[in-house]
Design a protein. Sequence first.
Length: 332
Amino acid sequence: MFRGFKKGLAVTLAGMLALTAAGCGGKDSASGEKEQELTVLLDWYPNAVHTFLFAAEKQGYFKEAGLKVKLETPAGTDDAIKLLAAGKADLALSYQTVLAISRSEKIPVVSVAAVVRHPLNQLMTLDSSGIKRPKDLEGKNIGYPSIPYDEAIVKSMVAADGGDPGKVKFTDIGWDLIPAMTTKKVDGIIGGYINHEKLLIEKEGAKLTAFDPSKFGVPDYYELILAASEDGLKKKQDLFKKFWEAAVKGQEYTVKNPDESLKNLLAQENKEFPLDPEVEKKSLQILLPLMDAGKETFGTQSEASWKSVTDWLKESGQIKEAVDPKAAFKNL
């Protein structure tokens, strides 16, 4: 749900707050027409899940739509929603559960597209731990990154499998997810992604099993979404629609040309956090099926998904105020 950053990786929050809200101006394109500027915040440093955006940029789809898109990395993964609400950015990649929780706290943000349609944050256990199913977590030690939401996921999974959540030990390991597993400090972790942490842990030689929360009592939620502020959506819906149409083209290009798109992504890497080409290639292979909307347009959201997620958050004690699922999203 939330991703941690290493010190020095991203721009500072103060720097982000200095961003000019996009759309206020623009530069002349080659045709002489004014390009409308949009500032889009990523959820984390550039990685495989953002390939479609960089493909749209590289292939000129944003420019064809009359847009000049600034893809920015925030200081922390929970900053994007705050910046959106403050009018300091136009769009931001975030998480379905984060947006639902934000709306319960009266933060006026709306999801405008579902990017990854299924959970990436999965319960991972060492094969050596003997855990074959969530019920086996009784008496085991699970590491998590200081986030109550992650505990709720595990407890729901154990309960759904007929186990006693009260018998599971939780250890707050911060963002030391990978070393906690490779040194066997814990029997398993929650908060790591199957397209990132799992791949890195396996590269260290550990053998893992990942359990999908949606198979054990947790809704099949959208892991990654694109969000806007309510005010921004009212004022710039047409621009946002143009942006997303170009992004859809970027996704279509990526599906047809994964290797070329990956090369383009790797050219964007942050020198302070270099990407591993092998890991990112495997990550993209994992992501593309999970981003596929089938017969629907890439990004399409359903009221049923938002209702199941908001209901579960309320039932698991993650939100106090009920959230109207119809108001939480809008398909562009």
